[in-house]
Design a binder for this molecule. Structure first.
Ligand SMILES: [Zn+2]
Length: 106
């Protein structure tokens, strides 16, 4: 399942996505972005999932903490390669980037 442009519903290739900066939709040229909070939350969720997996195979205490940290990087790579195909990132249009903190929002 590929992520879609929220503006024109065009499917986006993963190579077209930018996680840090806004990027244009190749079809409608609408500026899109992946919310930073989403990226951070997904990264921490992957740590929790890898810790839970190690807990269920019997690791406890310091070995669980160390194992979860060591398993985090392979889990992130696994997420980037496989899992994102089933759970693509949230994409927003650039007009939502501005917040009440940066503009008067009149
Ligand atoms: Zn589009």
């Amino acid at each position: 399942m590929l992520p879609k442009c929220p503006s024109c519903k065009n499917s986006l290739q993963f190579t077209q996505l930018r996680y840090r900066d806004p990027f244009p939709c190749p079809l409608c040229s609408q500026l899109l972005y992946i919310p930073h909070a989403y990226t951070v939350a997904r990264t921490w969720a992957i740590l929790l999932i890898s810790a839970a997996g190690l807990y269920f195979i019997g690791l406890r205490g310091y070995s669980l903490v160390l194992g979860a940290i060591l398993a985090w990087v392979p889990a992130l790579i696994l997420d980037a390669i496989l899992v994102r195909a089933f759970f693509p990132p949230i994409i927003r249009t650039d007009k939502n980037i501005t917040s009440n903190f940066t503009t008067l929002n009149l």
